[in-house]
Design a protein around this ligand. Structure first.
Ligand code: NAD
Ligand code: SAH
Length: 413
């Protein structure tokens, strides 16, 4: 039995799903194939992933392939209630609503796992964490799962190193058709979208501090530059710092950047990237957003402890009035600004990420009983097949090697 906000919101959610379907040709092709061959017949899938329209299309694709789908969100603020209603109206089991407390969020994860799934899709590692602890009892059937994001994959490798991974997991994030597009161009565009929608302020001429120059950070820095911002990058990795500098950005420590930035965005996967001493020197009106991981990158308790007044200035903007008279603005409660205050990555991007998810689950089923309890990369042929279909759906064509060219490229001397 689904637990959602309001089933009457279903028509609005259905419109959103129908819109994105038109821009997701790779997942559409997989949907047609799965609908005919039903590779998930008799299979229970548990999903914890941002519950919005693109995700709904993935869930429906698995359902059309024969799966019994149980779905919840992976972030207390990113669920779209109308999309959740549209899925529940289709008979999928949905346990999710926007704006839940941490306790309710965990309750929804547990409820989703209580189906004793055969396969899981995780985003950030919450399902895997529960299945190795409090919800171990539901882990008995698990054939394997697929993890969507960088931080979740880091946690899986930590678990594998410690010998504490109890079933195989596929690392979707590190497939080429995932991080090169999703983390970079998806985060680049949708983070700006979230900030602009929320603040309605101009980017051009502002000093934007981008914390972390990984795939997400470089995508954001590139797009912010394109919007006319002066971009400063902070890093802990000297190689990434050189890359940022040679891409044309200023590089400095957060201790220095804190005093000059107008907009700050964290995309590190790390905690406490912006803390008390940084808030102490920020400009009046500074805007803070996170597009990395959960709500730990910007230290909210340091911010709260410095404020003599905290109030909701607009939807998704909380003002912190400092005792010295300055105001610092935090977007989306320090959670992913692109998903908590926006629609996340565009459909054309999630088309590739979710095609990889669908194919990875299919691969796990085909290899049932043959896999070890470790982290597997997405098989190269799946990644390449997604790329090939995507490139042709975009109307581009690539050349093929002749036998002579292949021989030339492969020869020893
Ligand atoms: P990445 O590993 O490629 O990059 C992270 C970068 O942050 C690294 O270069 C690292 O050196 C740097 N870093 C780490 N700690 C730092 C610190 N304290 N200060 C400054 N820099 C620091 O990872 P990624 O793929 O770019 O992902 C980053 C985060 O964003 C992850 O948590 C990931 O799960 C999340 N993510 C979010 C979205 C989204 O939709 N908003 C999309 C994809 C990934
Ligand atoms: N669950 C954690 C971890 C970060 S989520 C959290 O909420 O903090 C980051 C992932 O969100 C990315 O890997 C990306 O693939 C996914 N994502 C981005 N836009 C999305 C969208 N529109 N729909 C579903 N997932 C999306």
């Amino acid at each position: 039995m689904s637990s959602i906000l309001d089933i009457n919101l279903a028509p609005s959610g259905r419109n959103k799903i129908d819109w994105v379907r038109s821009y997701m040709p790779v997942l559409g092709m997989i949907n047609r194939e799965f609908s005919a061959s039903k590779p998930f017949s008799g299979v229970k899938v548990a999903m914890s992933i941002h519950l919005e329209a693109k995700t709904a299309y993935l869930a429906e694709t698995l359902r059309d392939g024969g799966a019994e789908v149980h779905i919840t969100g992976c972030n207390p603020l990113s669920t779209q209630d109308d999309v959740a209603a549209a899925l529940a109206a289709e008979g999928l089991e949905v346990n999710a609503r926007r704006g839940v407390s941490d306790e309710e969020y965990t309750r929804d994860l547990k409820e989703t796992l209580s189906c004793s799934p055969d396969v899981i899709i995780d985003d950030g590692g919450d399902l895997v964490h529960l299945l190795h602890g409090e919800c171990r009892t539901y882990a008995g059937n698990i054939i394997g799962g697929a993890e969507e994001t960088t931080t979740g994959v880091h946690r899986l490798f930590a678990r594998q190193r410690a010998g504490l991974l109890d079933f195989p997991m596929v690392d979707v994030n590190d497939a080429d058709c995932k991080h090169l597009f999703d983390n970079r161009y998806g985060t680049g565009q949708s983070t700006i979208d979230g900030i602009m929608n929320t603040t309605n302020l101009i980017i051009a001429g502002k000093t934007v501090v981008v914390a972390g120059y990984g795939w997400c950070g470089r995508g954001l820095a590139m797009r912010m530059k394109g919007m006319g911002a002066l971009v400063i990058v902070t890093e802990i990795d000297p190689v990434k710092a050189i890359e940022a500098a040679m891409d044309g950005f200023r590089v400095m420590k957060m201790d220095e950047a804190a005093a000059v930035g107008d907009i700050f965005v964290t995309l590190t996967g790390c905690r406490d990237v912006i803390v008390g001493r940084h808030f102490d020197v920020m400009k009046d009106g500074a805007v803070l957003a996170n597009s990395g991981h959960f709500d730990v990158e910007i230290n909210k308790s340091d911010l709260e402890s410095r404020a003599d007044r905290i109030w909701e200035r607009r939807a998704n903007i909380r003002g912190y009035h400092m005792r010295d008279g300055r105001t610092i603005n935090l977007l989306a409660d320090g959670r992913l600004v692109n998903l908590a205050a926006g629609n996340g990555h565009p459909a054309e991007i999630m088309d590739m990420s979710f095609a990889l998810q669908a194919r990875s689950l299919e691969w796990l089923l085909k290899n049932k009983g043959k896999l070890e309890n470790k982290v597997y990369p997405v098989p190269r042929e799946i990644d390449l097949a997604v790329a090939e279909f995507k490139v042709s759906s975009l109307g581009y064509a690539v050349d093929s090697l002749t036998d002579e060219q292949r021989e030339y490229l492969e020869k020893v001397d």
